[in-house]
Design a protein around this ligand. Structure first.
Ligand SMILES: Nc1ncnc2c1ncn2[C@@H]1O[C@H](COP(=O)(O)OP(=O)(O)OP(=O)(O)O)[C@@H](O)[C@H]1O
Ligand SMILES: [Mg+2]
Length: 266
């Protein structure tokens, strides 16, 4: 536990900070000594080849897994050192959609989105209004009674976003939001995320392979490497593409595939 964290004025602290974060599964080390800061209103992208640990990082940031070592802080408060009730308070300010983060297939869109709202104890009538409002925000008005199997992949992604923003989160975590979408739907989702950030100041942490998305909306990010098992560079992706000292980061951002191939071949 780092004592300095509790003494800092809360408002000056980054929204998220990792210090010496090391992650692994059992004896398998995934990433070591990850240090980065995410500021208010950032769209922060987690980059790197397949299997380097991007989803693992997201799951640590959202409290699903405990770090092997290091600390994760939210507004200067350590989540890692917090007790369960403090953790719950922090988690209540987040919206999360995971990579496999499908909707519940036996529930309509309205029921899916109402789920976190009802858990928060919001009355039934207000819940219905909130659900309608959030569906309208993602362009799905009128689809309340549809089941996920009755709508397209892009619509499912947007419904997932509606569920994640149902309670107006301060931080939105998104794993591969545009994977499997056609370029137009992917662009639409990017625009939605960007509008959300601009209108509400929500901080967004997103894992994505899509270069188009990275350059369209991200202003900050980190590149994780599967071989060295740590971060290689961080900053604005456009700046990294042109100026990173690390060849692999520049080529990942310039051509997209080289970084992943190198890692996949090992
Ligand atoms: N629950 C788990 N238990 C054990 N190992 C895991 C678990 N989840 C992931 N791994 C392993 O950790 C490594 C990183 O996985 P992770 O899913 O974080 O990669 P990723 O960067 O998100 O990859 P992709 O781009 O393919 O989604 C992989 O080797 C994976 O097999
Ligand atoms: Mg992943």
């Amino acid at each position: 536990m780092d004592d300095m964290t509790t003494k800092k004025p809360v408002n000056d602290a980054p929204v998220i900070e990792t210090r010496g974060l090391t992650m692994g599964y059992g004896a398998q080390l995934i990433q070591e000594n990850i240090n980065f800061k995410v500021n208010q209103g950032d769209i922060f992208v987690v980059m790197g080849g397949s299997g380097c640990g991007k989803s693992t990082l997201l799951k640590h940031l959202t409290g699903l897994y405990e770090p092997v070592a290091g600390n994760i802080l939210y507004n200067g408060v350590s989540y890692t050192c917090a007790d369960e009730s403090e953790r719950q308070k922090l988690r209540s300010r987040w919206g999360v959609t995971f990579q496999s983060g499908a909707l519940f297939s036996d529930m309509t869109l309205a029921e899916n989105i109402a789920l976190p709202v009802r858990h928060a104890g919001i009355p039934r009538k207000e819940t219905a209004e909130l659900v309608a409002y959030k569906l309208a925000l993602v362009g799905l008005s009128g689809f309340e009674d549809y089941y996920p199997s009755q709508i397209s992949g892009g619509m499912c992604k947007r419904a997932g976003l509606a569920r994640a923003i149902a309670l107006d989160p301060e931080i939105l975590f998104f794993d591969e939001p545009s994977a499997g979408l056609d370029p137009l739907s992917a662009r639409r989702l990017d625009d939605l995320i960007l509008n959300l950030r601009d209108s509400t100041g929500t901080t967004v942490v997103m894992v994505t392979h899509e270069l188009a998305s990275i350059f369209a909306i991200a202003n900050n990010g980190i590149y994780l490497d599967a071989i060295t098992k740590t971060w290689l560079d961080q900053g604005d992706p456009k700046w990294l593409r042109d100026h990173s000292q690390k060849d692999i980061v520049r080529s990942f951002l310039a051509r997209g595939e080289e970084g992943s191939n190198r890692e996949l071949m090992e």
